[in-house]
Structures are given as structure tokens and as C-alpha cells.
Design a protein around this ligand. Structure first.
Ligand code: ADP
Length: 309
């Protein structure tokens, strides 16, 4: 079995709202897959169906090969999935170690508690009461609680919201480590840099439908679109001397838009080296994941236009 998650034509409605409207995608084992979309797009509803917390209206869902909508599979599934929600209610009077130990007891093959504490960077706080932890430390404890059962598939809802930049990077390293150990990760995030850094593939939800899906690098054709080359010309060189026609000139800052960035760069750099022209600040940029995401979800900025049925 190579698929951790198979979703075919999934639909889920609430009274008056089609929250998830015929979505299909697969997540392979070991993959980090990001489910993106504005608030109200249908991410949480979908994830709750995958976790077996919500029944679906129609469609096929297989999580680790079984139907999470079938009650008889739920105990088996619960032992093999980890869930990190945005808010986790843990008893704030217990210590970090105590809550992890208690949760580990629910699983047949839990991770070593001290290893988990170290993985989430809470070694110095292991005996601290949960209520004494900072927001970021509580978030890391949430993640610890999600992985203590050594899950095959981990659902991570906005794993780094509220973390400072250093803690975000540590969390990214942890997610990469889990993935390299074979854990499949289905995550949601509003940070496109995070998605770019972590996810192998993404699906963008908008109004309960999939607006686009694919590898993070190629979503929306951004690997094939035009590139923008930018650089600064030294004062003694005229724009007319350039071997290529600029798309935009702003003082001595030159911008070239091209579908063939390698050829354009080759001409530009050969010309600069041969003529001893010291061009500065050379960059080549394509559309960012955020550009693509914003274009795909333009009409669904806050999900306020509910899908009335
Ligand atoms: P997201 O996680 O992408 O923010 P949700 O899955 O939470 O989106 O919500 C999708 C849509 O379903 C929204 O329009 C939301 O208001 C609606 N919705 C979510 N939960 C419920 C519920 N329990 N009852 C009624 N409507 C809901």
C-alpha cells in the first residue's frame, strides 16, 4: 500500500452550506502534503472527515487503507494517526512529562517520552506545569502529544502559528525529521514560506472545491511561467548598450521579463564579462507560491460568500 490517504469525490455539507464540494486527491506514504485555502474554504471539515470525527455525505475516503467513516475501523485507525489541532485541551496542572506519559498510554507502540521531549525542544521544561509554558512552548507540546503515539499519519493544523522565527525553524526541522523517518504528514498552513519549505505537494481549496493541486514547485505552472531578471547598471553604461531589451527601466535598475531565462542570462552575462561591465544585484525570480495562491483564492478571501444551497 503506497497511499496514506485516498480521497475521491468527497462531499460534506452542513445545514445550508456545502462545506466540501466534490474534492479528490491522494497523499502518498512518507509525503508532506499541504492543504491550503482561506478561512472557510473547507480544510477543517475535510480533515475532520479524514480523522473519523465527522461523517461524509458522499465520496470515498481511505486513510491508511481503511474507511474512517466505518466505526469498526476507528480504534485501529486511532492507534495509527496523530492529530495536532490548533487548540489542544490538556490539563494545565500536570507537567509536560505527565501529559505526554498519559497520552503515550493510549498507544500500543509509543515513542520514548524523553525522546519526544527532546524532539520538540522542551527538555528544560520537562517538569514544568503546562500552565507555566509560554504560548510557543504549549504549541510544541501539542506537537509532542501528536507524535508520542508514533503515528504513521500525522495531521498538523497550522503547526507554527504563534511561534517565534527560531521556534518555527525548529518545528520545520522536526517535521522534516518525521517525514524522513517515514511519517506521512497532512498539514494546513497560512504561511506560504512554510509550505514552500516543507510540502512536497499541495492542494488549494476555495469554496469547498480544489482550485489547484500539484507539486509545490510547479503549482499553477509557476515553474514554466515568465521569469523576471533584475539588476543594476553602473552609471557609465547606457541602457541602449544592453544586449537585450528591458521590460522596465527604473533609474539604473533594469528589469527583463522572459520565458527563456537561461538564454537571456547567458547573453547578459557574456556581454557584461566581455565588456567588463560591473552589473550588480542580479536576481532571477519567478512567481512565488504566495502569488499563485492569492490568484487562485482571489474571490474567496475570507470565505464570507457562503455556498448557499
Ligand atoms: P476552513 O478550515 O478552511 O477554515 P471549515 O471546514 O472550517 O473551513 O468551514 C467550511 C465551511 O463550513 C464554512 O463556511 C464554515 O462556516 C462552515 N462550517 C464549518 N463548521 C460548521 C458547523 N459545525 N456547522 C455549520 N457550518 C459549519
Amino acid at each position: 500500500m503506497t497511499l496514506a490517504l485516498r480521497v475521491d469525490n468527497l462531499r460534506k455539507s452542513y445545514p445550508n452550506i456545502m462545506a466540501v464540494d466534490d474534492i479528490s486527491f491522494d497523499v502518498e506514504r512518507g509525503e508532506i502534503f499541504a492543504l491550503l485555502g482561506p478561512n472557510g474554504a473547507g480544510k477543517s471539515t475535510s480533515i475532520e472527515v479524514f480523522e473519523g470525527f465527522l461523517p461524509r455525505d458522499s465520496g470515498t475516503v481511505e486513510v491508511l487503507g481503511v474507511d474512517p467513516g466505518d466505526r469498526q475501523h476507528l480504534p485501529w485507525l486511532r492507534e495509527r494517526i496523530g492529530v495536532v489541532l490548533q487548540e489542544l485541551a490538556v490539563e494545565s496542572f500536570f507537567t509536560v512529562r505527565q501529559v505526554l506519559e498519559r497520552n503515550a498510554g493510549f498507544y500500543p507502540h509509543p515513542r520514548n517520552i524523553d525522546e519526544v521531549i527532546e524532539m520538540v525542544g522542551l527538555t528544560e521544561k520537562r517538569d514544568a506545569k503546562v500552565k507555566k509554558l509560554s504560548g510557543g512552548q504549549q504549541r510544541r507540546l501539542d506537537i509532542g502529544l501528536g507524535i508520542v503515539g508514533n503515528p504513521e499519519l500525522l495531521f498538523l493544523d497550522e503547526p507554527t502559528t504563534g511561534l517565534d522565527p527560531a521556534a518555527r525553524r525548529t518545528t520545520w526541522d522536526l517535521i522534516r525529521l518525521l517525514s524522513s523517518q517515514g511519517t506521512t504528514v497532512l498539514m494546513s498552513s497560512h504561511y506560504m514560506d512554510e509550505v514552500e519549505a516543507l510540502a512536497h505537494r499541495v492542494a488549494v481549496l476555495s469554496h469547498g472545491r480544489i482550485a489547484a493541486q500539484g507539486s509545490t514547485a510547479s503549482l499553477g505552472g509557476r515553474d514554466k511561467g515568465e521569469a523576471t531578471i533584475r539588476f543594476t547598471l553602473p552609471p557609465n553604461v547606457a541602457v541602449a548598450d544592453l544586449p537585450v531589451t528591458p521590460s522596465r527601466v527604473d533609474g539604473n535598475v533594469i528589469e527583463l521579463r522572459t520565458a527563456d531565462d537561461l538564454t537571456t542570462l547567458h547573453r547578459l552575462i557574456s556581454w557584461a564579462i566581455e565588456g567588463n561591465v560591473a552589473i550588480e544585484g542580479l536576481t532571477v525570480a519567478r512567481e512565488t507560491l504566495e502569488d499563485i495562491y492569492l490568484a487562485l483564492t482571489r474571490d474567496d478571501r475570507d470565505g464570507s460568500e457562503a455556498r448557499a444551497r
